[in-house]
Write a protein that binds this ligand. Structure first.
Ligand code: ADP
Ligand code: MG
Length: 701
């Protein structure tokens, strides 16, 4: 938008100081541009005319042609109202006004036909419209209506209505703005892009979205504005990526050496899936080209991300570098530590664990060995970020469950060597492709879209509370087969006390149903110290306990292949991605695994969709799509600082195709013209410049 549209809304004709104030406070409309971008949230169809006989209070807005037969003011003081009778060839209807009576009265003409528009109601069993819009019927008026068949409806508030800024009032302001300044709306996409994607011009689109001539034009206008919006984001993201590639040289991992090869040939207990191999190739290419790698590794739970991370670590070691792996919780870090040690075996590489609960004297040793380079791999929590933790030559940082780490923390990692290390971010919560492209659009994304062979899909069952007995029976049969069971309770953040009570009640019920000495139960919750948690976890891992009762602390990462049942209590309280994460804790061995969702009978519509989705599919990406549809991007972790929420027209869940187009074309443009120097790309250079003046987009990397 050019400078003109930055003009304060005070200066728009018909606004003035007091209305400007409420527009700012209530709708965040500060400038001409803000008003122009306050888009209608729906359109009322005025193509259709109703007969009076057809009208009933269930209809939305309707339009009627009828003759005014009589009108009169009735009532006193605050019950005073103007009531008019109208009729067509099918019946009679009442119109009523409670406000502006004197003015309306003056304009009404008995015997005249009107085009009447409004929301129908009923009074005394008779159809009625309160405060209708009225316009004398004429061939001329009908023609004009024919041109404006979709009436825009704008968000407004009670406060705004006091200033006559209801949907109609806002419509008037927008019309005034467009009337005066539509000519100043400049195109911001190059002609060749408009041609290629058959996009409407920008000016036409702004007019079209506010005052569409018909639904085709409306569709074209919205399409154009969506494209522009998605395009602008991709331009910014890919530009950042380009800049980063220029700015941050990366360590070169020249060779695949002994560590990698020995592990691959002698230690790896299974064949890699094709997807794992593909990702490893991508990483190999990334780390060879002299530019810092910034790769996001997405993979469904159980898809085998850890081994990919490990092989990346071995690649770093092969090239004389150290590596670290950071996880968001102590349990997870510990788990990684053990599983990596298990996979590599004794005396292969040196690995240590550093978390908050590692004793001071042990820390000292770790610090020293990191600094002299004898320690090759450090696994841990945030503790890795402390300034005291200095590497001799850190070449790779693997970050698990990335959305739990902030930008600051990642930046700290970057400063641990003279050049920033390569970064591999792993996320176990698949996010929809569109969201990934927008959230992590400046990262490279790898996807493991395949589970290891021989995995049996987890069977998911939904039980209501009164089906507790069959559930217990099921648990017992599985335990009798030598399997283990998780039972998870939700965390309700409002009250930790209540959570604990919830859990303890559950434990009591479980202990009665599963008594010693036949059964043994581990309990893990947030109130335990790290050491206590670890102790309980280990008992379960070693198979000393058959049941693990826990709050969601076990949500991510925990790997006990012998556990085959996941019972989730109050499942309706969990979000979809959380349910999917929890379910992913089972199904890790060769046995058939089960997930049992316990819920009350009272389910919201969304709650039911969530549970049904879980029962129907194991596909994390599909679940993520549905999650996005249900919640919108705003509630999905990691989106807050991303700019995704500034989307005004585009919708990440329905506009995938368009986003893909926008992304692809931006990629092509940068490929051909990285500096945007061609005259035909001048507009794009300007687009980037205006973006840079605008919002701060600092985020992820
Ligand atoms: P996630 O992607 O959820 O982090 P993990 O890395 O924990 O998954 O792997 C889950 C389990 O699958 C582990 O027990 C791991 O050893 C095993 N696994 C990984 N890759 C393969 C494979 N290609 N074939 C068989 N098992 C595999
Ligand atoms: Mg994992």
């Amino acid at each position: 938008m050019n400078q003109l549209f930055k003009t304060s809304i005070d200066y728009l004709k018909g606004v003035g100081t007091s209305r400007a104030d409420v527009l700012k406070k209530e709708l965040g409309i500060f400038t001409f541009e803000d008003l122009l971008r306050h888009f209608p949230f729906k359109y009322i169809d005025r193509t259709r005319f109703y007969k009076i006989r057809e009208i009933n209070p269930d209809l939305p807005h309707v339009q009627v042609i009828a003759r005014l037969t009589s009108f009169e003011t009735v009532g006193e003081k605050h019950t005073k109202r103007l009531v008019a009778q109208v009729q067509d060839d099918t019946g009679v209807m009442e119109l009523v006004w409670f406000q502006g009576i004197r003015w309306v009265e003056k304009t009404l003409i008995r015997g005249k036909a009107y085009i009447i528009f409004g929301k129908p109601g009923a009074f005394n069993g008779k159809a009625q419209i309160a405060h209708p819009e009225m316009e004398p019927y004429s061939a001329e008026a009908m023609k004009r209506k024919g041109n404006l068949t979709l009436q825009p409806a704008y968000n407004s508030t009670e406060k705004l209505k006091q200033f006559q800024l209801d949907t109609k009032g806002i419509q008037k302001l927008t019309a005034a703005l467009l009337e005066a300044h539509a000519k100043d709306i400049q195109e911001n996409l190059p002609q060749y892009i408009l041609n290629r994607f058959r996009l409407m011009g920008r000016r036409e689109a702004y007019i079209g979205i506010h005052f569409p001539e018909d639904s085709t034009k409306l569709h074209e206008a919205v399409h154009r504005l969506k494209f522009e919006e998605l395009f602008a984001i991709q331009l910014k993201l890919l530009k950042n990526k380009l800049l980063r590639n220029q700015k941050f040289k990366g360590f070169v991992f020249e060779k695949v050496g002994d560590y990698f090869n020995t592990f691959y040939q002698q230690k790896l207990p299974f064949d890699l899936t094709d997807a794992q191999k593909r990702v490893l190739r991508e990483i190999r290419i990334d780390t060879q080209r002299g530019v810092q790698m910034n790769r996001l590794l997405q993979g469904d739970v159980g898809s085998g991300k850890t081994v990919v991370a490990l092989m990346n670590i071995l690649l770093a070691i092969d090239n004389g570098f150290q590596a670290c792996l950071m996880a968001p919780t102590e349990i997870l870090a510990t788990q990684h530590y053990h599983s990596i040690r298990n996979m590599v075996g004794e005396d292969f590489i040196s690995v240590e664990l550093l978390t908050g609960s590692v004793k001071q004297k042990n820390r000292k040793g770790i610090h020293e060995r990191l600094e002299d380079g004898s320690l090759q791999v450090l696994i841990g929590t945030h503790a890795l970020l402390e300034d005291k933790v200095q590497f001799k030559n850190l070449g790779l940082a693997v970050i698990d469950e990335q959305h739990r780490f902030g930008v600051e923390q990642r930046a700290k990692l970057w400063r641990k060597n003279v050049m920033p290390p390569h970064v591999l971010v792993m996320t176990a919560t698949p996010i929809p492709r569109t969201l990934a492209m927008t959230l992590y659009g400046d990262l490279d994304v790898s996807v493991i879209d395949q589970l290891p062979a021989g995995r049996k899909p987890i069977e998911t069952i939904h039980y209501y509370e009164n089906q507790r007995l069959p559930m217990f029976g099921f648990m017992k049969r599985e335990i009798a087969k030598g399997r283990q069971v998780y039972v998870v309770y939700p965390l309700i953040q409002e009250s930790e006390k209540l959570d604990l009570k919830n859990l303890m009640d559950g434990v009591e019920v479980m202990s009665r149903e599963f008594p010693l000495p036949q059964y043994r139960i581990s309990i893990v919750h947030g109130k335990l110290t790290a050491a206590e948690k670890e102790f309980e976890m280990q008992r379960f891992v070693k198979g000393e306990t058959q049941i693990m009762v826990a709050t969601t602390v076990i949500e991510v990462g925990v790997n006990v292949p012998n556990a085959s049942v996941m019972v989730i209590e109050n499942a309706e309280r969990f979000g979809l991605s959380q349910l999917h994460q929890l379910r992913g804790r089972v199904g890790r061995g060769a046995e058939q695994s089960y997930c049992i969702l316990m819920s009350s009978h009272k389910l919201s519509r969304e709650g039911r969709i969530r549970l049904d989705t879980m029962v129907q599919t194991n596909d994390g990406f599909k679940i993520a799509e549905i999650d996005l549809e249900l919640r919108g991007p705003g509630d999905i972790e990691g989106t807050q600082q991303s700019g995704v929420l500034d989307l005004k027209v585009a919708n990440l869940s329905t506009d995938q195709q368009l986003l893909l187009q926008a992304r692809t074309v931006v990629e092509e443009i940068f490929e051909k013209d990285p500096q945007l120097e061609h005259p035909e790309n001048l507009l794009l250079r300007q687009m980037l410049q205006t973006q840079n003046q605008g919002l701060s987009w600092d985020k992820i990397s």
